[in-house]
Design a protein around this ligand. Structure first.
Ligand code: SAH
Ligand code: SF4
Length: 400
């Protein structure tokens, strides 16, 4: 995520100091699978014969209706509701700030208990990016990241912990709560239609929780966002790429950023463990990849580092045979970084070369700049820009 500065139009929901954070006293049911819900019902004395039916009811209230208390779950008997409330909650992560950009992008700062020390709290961000035909939610998988990519701000954060499945599903539920998005609108539309695992953290280093969460999110008796509308971005944890295809079945995005191992070792140090050749082989083996379900290759444009036409040529050559699309991301600078974003002319040349070679080569349009939720780690709707739009964007970038 991007460094946080005071935005123009932040709406603070309730910002208590981190030190005074009180962790929830009871566990939340959010993030539990059907089997785990059945176990919890068993713990509070629900008879085995009744559990399956009760789980169905709970699932519906939690994930389809978005109930925020047990009281709302009127199809469940009062006694069971009272027992549930005595032991559990339906809490999502606590929203401590909400910022709304001029372009409709919304960013929520969420507070979570620390894993090891219950006295402390952690924070993650979650961003909603509305567009004409979709609304994309950018979700975090970890607090911080262990991987230290040299151009990424998240990698410089010392504090790291995996999010639980509940904290991952909870981000989507917070968005639906805040956007009043639990029921279809009059015209049958929804606000959150797509999910990208492109917030903080490396999702494939938190495999089990990310898998469990995305299976809940994709379940069509609940939140119901189809796997084709969920994209998982990885910096290249090779052994878990094929697993992600098999066990989760979502769309894949690869943070490639360089076409030579020497440079990629520097930009994405994980490359030393899993070099480009192995990474591309995992992409070739990715279950379900096809021309209709292409793998996205993300490529951050770093001035004088990876943005030459030779790089573009090699990129096209190495992706041969992989159903791919390439997503060029203008580098988003942060305090202390030595990198600069490529000049717009260069991005345009790079993009045109790739486009002429037959690849879709959208440049990621910055969104939510005024609340620092823009470009960089957050994927917004991408589009192939016309020369005119590019010119307008260049003018905008220069005045920024
Ligand atoms: N850890 C995962 C997912 C989160 S990052 C991954 O690396 O894929 C989402 C995307 O934003 C990645 O492609 C990442 O390389 C890119 N990114 C990180 N820092 C950036 C920055 N400062 N400017 C532009 N893109 C950035
Ligand atoms: Fe981690 Fe992704 Fe940032 Fe690399 S780019 S440090 S993997 S969040």
């Amino acid at each position: 995520m991007q460094p946080t500065a005071e935005p123009h139009n932040a709406t603070l929901v309730e910002k208590t100091p981190l030190e005074t954070y009180v962790p929830p006293a009871k566990p939340s049911l959010i993030g539990l699978s059907r089997g785990e819900l059945a176990d919890r019902l068993g713990e509070i004395g629900v008879a085995p014969a009744q559990r399956k039916m009760r789980v169905q009811q709970l699932w519906h209230w939690l994930y389809f209706r978005g109930a925020q208390s047990f009281d709302e779950m009127t199809s469940i008997s009062k006694g069971i509701r009272a027992d549930l409330a005595q032991h559990f909650t339906v809490n999502r992560p606590e929203v401590v700030a909400e910022q709304i950009s001029n372009d409709g992008t919304r960013k929520w700062l969420l507070r979570l208990p620390s894993g090891d020390n219950v006295e402390k709290a952690h924070e993650v961000e979650c961003v909603y990016i509305p567009d004409t035909d979709r609304g994309t939610l950018c979700v975090s998988s970890q607090v911080g990241c262990t991987l230290n990519c040299s151009f990424c701000h998240t990698g410089t954060q010392r504090l790291v912990r995996n999010l639980t499945a509940g904290e991952i599903v909870g981000q989507i539920m917070v968005a639906r709560d805040r956007l009043n998005d639990w029921a279809d609108r009059e015209d049958g539309t929804r606000r959150v239609t797509n999910i990208v695992m492109m917030g903080m953290g490396e999702p494939l280093y938190n495999f089990d929780a990310v898998r469990d969460a995305l299976l809940i999110v994709g379940d069509n008796e609940g939140i119901g966002i189809s796997r084709r509308r969920i994209t998982l971005s990885t910096s290249g944890v090779v052994p878990n790429i094929v697993r992600a295809g098999e066990e989760i079945g979502v769309m894949l995005a690869i943070s490639l950023h360089a076409v030579r191992d020497e440079l990629r070792n520097e930009l994405v140090p994980l490359n030393r463990k899993y070099p480009i050749k192995e990474l591309l082989q995992a992409c070739r083996d990715y279950p379900g990849a096809s021309n209709a379900r292409r793998i996205t290759f993300e490529y951050v444009m770093l001035k004088g580092v990876n943005d030459s036409l030779d790089d573009a040529k090699l990129l096209v050559k190495m992706l041969k045979g992989i159903p791919a699309k390439i997503n060029l991301i203008p580098f988003n600078p942060w305090p202390g970084t030595a990198y600069e974003c490529s000049d717009w002319d260069q991005i345009e040349k790079f993009s045109e070369y790739i486009f002429n070679a037959g690849y879709s080569s959208p440049v990621r349009t910055p969104r939510g700049r005024d609340i620092l939720a823009a470009c960089g780690q957050l994927k917004s709707e991408t589009e192939k820009l016309s020369a005119r739009e590019r010119q307008a964007l260049r003018a905008m970038a220069m005045t920024d």
